[in-house]
Design a protein around this ligand. Structure first.
Ligand code: FMN
Length: 364
């Protein structure tokens, strides 16, 4: 097995077996939707559908980028894809670097489009590949491999900084993003991997031509934690300590949603610690267009297709009930309902120049 295949397997094992959860929360607990005693709609009227990147989704949920490249990854991807098709939700694949370097592994990603012919499917590559010379040609190959509707380019500076021999050249990335945007035939989604996106970067990414932003903030899976565990296993003491020091590094998901929404017109996917339908509703009320969920779906997919389906059903039930209780008959309504943001998240936003009028009270 190649190094990269071993790394993929290790990521899945560690994400499931070890503690990789950020100790800092997503901030969504500080956001409170306003209960309506008289919602003035019937629960059964609630419609959760959205349009995103040319596809119709039955609910604003995307199975976040997780894996590909190994036999185990293929099985996980097939399980995730069949749930995406059944529930008509979106699905991303893990980094396709392995399949561009070794085309014999392409089928481990291809199962996603085969299993989800009508779903929104999002391809995945990383900024490190852009540094190493990839351009529009390789990006288009990622898209074609799975007939993707959009391509995510992940930003993982933290992970690369902790890894031994990580690719830490991030200078000039925006120019390369612009080249990819102009050279492929689907929209580009810039995607963090658990550290959140500041408005300064969101604005630059929009200028570079990205159409979407997956904020992937602090509050869920911590890649510093994953790298900490890897370093521990392979006996790299410095990296083990660095992973521990940076365990909670980054911008909480709730903060990042508001920063991106108030400064750009990008399609915003909120991921990083999204666990319940109530949190989903809060993320959308704060400004997200859809949410992304990785680790819980991975865990359930490994348990089996039934466990995954039950989990998605539970989240959908929570989401619909929350929409009913705030009187939102569809997702556009949900984007306009009032909410209040308290505590640490409100303070963080205030110190970054966002007043409550910008995100909480404007709909009254
Ligand atoms: C095992 C595992 C592998 C991942 N691999 C990728 C990847 O290849 N590309 C990517 O953009 N994000 C990757 N992610 C990050 C997720 O897409 C997501 O942004 C992050 O885990 C936060 O979501 P969560 O808190 O729901 O897990 C991975 C996450 C996990 C748990």
């Amino acid at each position: 097995m190649s190094d990269i295949e071993m790394r993929k397997q290790r990521h899945i094992r560690l994400a499931i077996e070890e503690d990789v959860q950020s100790d800092v929360t997503s901030g969504l607990e500080d956001a409170r939707l306003i209960h309506r005693s008289l919602p003035e709609i019937d629960l059964e009227e609630v419609s959760t559908g959205i349009e995103l990147f040319g596809r119709r989704l039955a609910a604003p949920i995307i199975i976040s980028a997780i894996t590909g490249g190994t036999a185990q990854a293929k099985e996980i991807n097939a399980t995730l894809a069949s749930a995406a098709e059944e529930f008509r939700i979106g699905i991303g694949v893990g980094s396709q670097r392995i399949a561009i370097e070794n085309p014999s592994t392409a089928h481990t990603f291809g199962v996603v489009r085969e299993g989800a012919p009508s779903a929104l499917v999002i391809g995945n590559m990383g900024c490190p590949q852009l540094s190493l010379g990839w351009g529009a040609k390789e990006a288009q190959r990622c898209v074609d491999m799975i007939e993707a509707d959009a391509l995510a380019i992940h930003m993982n500076a933290l992970q690369e900084a902790i890894q031994v021999g990580g690719e830490t050249r991030y200078r000039g990335i925006l120019t390369k993003v612009r080249e990819v945007v102009g050279g492929i035939d689907v929209p580009v989604v810039m995607k963090e991997t658990g550290c959140g996106v500041a408005f300064e970067d969101a604005v630059k990414l929009e200028e570079a031509g990205a159409k979407g932003l997956d904020v992937s903030g602090v509050g869920g899976t911590s890649w510093a934690a994953v790298e900490h565990h890897i370093a521990k296993e392979v006996g790299k003491r410095d990296q083990e300590a660095l992973g521990e020091s940076l365990w909670n590094w980054g911008i909480p998901t709730a903060v990042s949603i508001v920063e991106a929404r108030r400064s750009t017109g990008l399609k915003i996917i909120a991921s990083g610690g999204m666990r319940t339908g109530v949190e989903m509703a809060k993320a959308i009320a704060l400004g997200a267009d859809a949410v992304g969920i990785a680790k819980p779906f991975l865990q359930k997919a490994v348990e089996g297709p039934e466990a995954l389906k039950e989990h998605i059903e539970r989240i959908l039930l929570e989401f619909r009930a929350t929409m009913f209780l705030v009187g939102a008959k569809d997702v556009d309504d949900l984007k306009r309902v009032p909410l209040v943001v308290m505590g640490r998240t409100a303070e963080w936003l205030r110190l970054r120049g966002f007043a409550p009028e910008d995100y909480s009270l404007r709909r009254f």
